[in-house]
Design a protein around this ligand. Structure first.
Ligand SMILES: *[C@@H]1O[C@H](CO)[C@@H](O)[C@H](O)[C@H]1NC(C)=O
Length: 174
């Protein structure tokens, strides 16, 4: 009996820990083989991206045939012009996980100018870090002295941590 008394709160804690890591992975285009030259004119991948709400820490997953395709991250200017000769980053592994580690816009194209000109282009906008108000924050944490801004954390995450702390105290008190 004693062991189940410990096991249950531990299990709850571990579940909460998992719930706290709320970074999401997005398979680009929503399907496995979307990273390719689109079959019709336009930019279906960017259209897809506009419907998502990317946040810092989320990742894009590019799935593609690494023999035919690659993923280039370009500057905005190179992206506009399809200049693929000096990418910021280049990936050829066929299953590329790209972490969106800041807010703002990221630009991707296929590995060649031809692929780019044929519409294998994607840009994504990552939302600013702080999309909660100071008031919301102060309900999660008691007023902290000084200018302590928790940029980069989400209120969901903070709330989750608060619940975890509460759970921890609950266990200690029991
Ligand atoms: C893009 O092309 C235009 C027109 O050729 C040129 O003026 C501009 O400098 C280019 N931009 C970049 C970043 O290469």
């Amino acid at each position: 009996m004693a062991s189940s008394g410990v096991f249950l709160p531990c299990f709850a804690l571990i579940s909460l820990l998992f719930a706290c890591s709320d970074a999401a992975d997005y398979v680009v285009g929503g399907t496995e083989d979307a990273w390719k030259i689109p079959s019709s004119p336009g930019f279906p991948l960017t259209d897809w991206a506009k419907k998502q709400r990317f946040q810092i820490g989320d990742s894009l997953i590019f799935k593609y045939d690494g023999k035919v395709h690659s993923v280039l991250e370009l500057t905005e200017g190179d992206y506009q012009n399809c200049t693929t000769s000096k990418p910021i980053k280049k990936f050829t592994d066929g299953n590329t996980k790209y972490e969106l580690d800041r807010s703002g816009r990221f630009h991707f194209t296929g590995g060649t100018e031809e692929h780019c000109f044929n519409g294998q282009k994607l840009f994504v906008d990552v939302e600013p870090a702080a999309h909660y108000s100071e008031n919301e924050l102060s309900t999660v944490f008691a007023p902290a002295p000084g200018p302590s801004k928790a940029d980069g954390l989400r209120v969901g995450f903070m709330g989750c941590v608060a619940v975890m702390m509460a759970a921890l105290f609950g266990i200690v008190l029991v």
